[in-house]
Design a protein around this ligand. Structure first.
Ligand code: HEC
Length: 237
């Protein structure tokens, strides 16, 4: 049966290729590492590559899109009121509230920066061109002096993201028409793609014969396999 012949030819070719790979690997291995037969030649490389990938990954952690679901979940008026105690010395939040060391902040979420006519802003704040949305407020409140260099707001900042979320929720409600709470930002596709590429590269470095080079469906059609096993199964053993 010609089907069987074809099958055997392919089987032999695959076997030879496989043996060839293993042979080359063993010879190379023996040649370059004659005194350490138990340590795979590529072990250290893979480890180094994995460490490098991990290091690269951790440095990419920072710019995840804002806001994330857990940041939004932390937005809480009551908790924000407690955080706002840090601001009361310099800011009022109610409509028509007093200007203190800092401007009254009624309606600030969604407004352009430096719009309070009764307050004398720093040049830095006046020229910043900022619109106070959830993202810019989050960045400013983390470290005011970094986000607006030269600001007169001598407040160290709120280090914890959840405190900023709480604070911003408190501020959001002090407005004639409060902005709706934000939606979670979608994770860009390229981040997923990067992760996928890393996985594939790791697999390739570990495998001498990537599966993609031997498309089983083409070499061994199912119908031929079936004929062979039912009619002359022992011939292949
Ligand atoms: C020591 C006083 C002080 C404290 C404390 C303080 N601020 Fe300020 N804040 C200021 C001053 C002064 C400005 C004006 C900054 C400028 O002109 O550069 C300001 C500006 C701002 C602005 C921009 C206002 C606008 O009209 O553009 C926001 C928003 C703000 N503060 C929020 C807060 C929040 C929230 C807190 C508490 C977590 C806080 N501040 C704590 C003094 C303070």
């Amino acid at each position: 049966m010609s089907g069987d012949l074809t099958f055997n030819k392919y089987a032999a070719a695959i076997l030879a290729t496989a043996l060839g790979f293993i042979g080359v690997r063993e010879i190379a291995h023996a040649a370059y590492h004659p005194h350490q037969p138990d340590v795979p030649a590529y072990g250290a490389d893979i480890l180094a590559a994995a460490e490098a990938a991990a290091a690269a990954g951790s440095s990419q952690d920072a710019p995840l899109p804002f806001p994330q679901a857990d940041w939004i979940a932390a937005m809480n008026f009551d908790a924000g009121k407690l955080v706002a105690a840090k601001c009361f010395a310099c800011h009022s939040f109610e409509k028509g509230g007093a200007t203190v060391t800092g401007p009254n902040l009624y309606g600030i979420v969604g407004a352009a920066a430096a719009q309070n006519a009764t307050f004398k802003y720093s040049d830095a704040m006046r020229d910043a061109g900022i619109v106070w949305d959830f993202e810019t407020l989050n960045a400013y409140l983390e470290k005011p002096s970094r986000y607006v260099k030269g600001t007169n707001m001598t407040f160290v900042g709120l280090k914890k993201p959840e405190q900023r979320a709480q604070m911003i929720e408190y501020m959001r409600t002090f407005a004639d028409n409060p902005l709706p709470r934000p939606e979670p930002a979608p994770i860009p596709e390229e981040m997923d793609a990067d992760a996928a590429i890393e996985t594939v590269e790791m697999d390739d470095s570990q495998s001498m014969m990537p599966e993609t080079e031997m498309p089983k469906t083409e070499m061994m059609p199912e119908t031929e396999m079936h004929d062979a096993t039912t009619n002359e199964a022992p011939a292949h053993e």
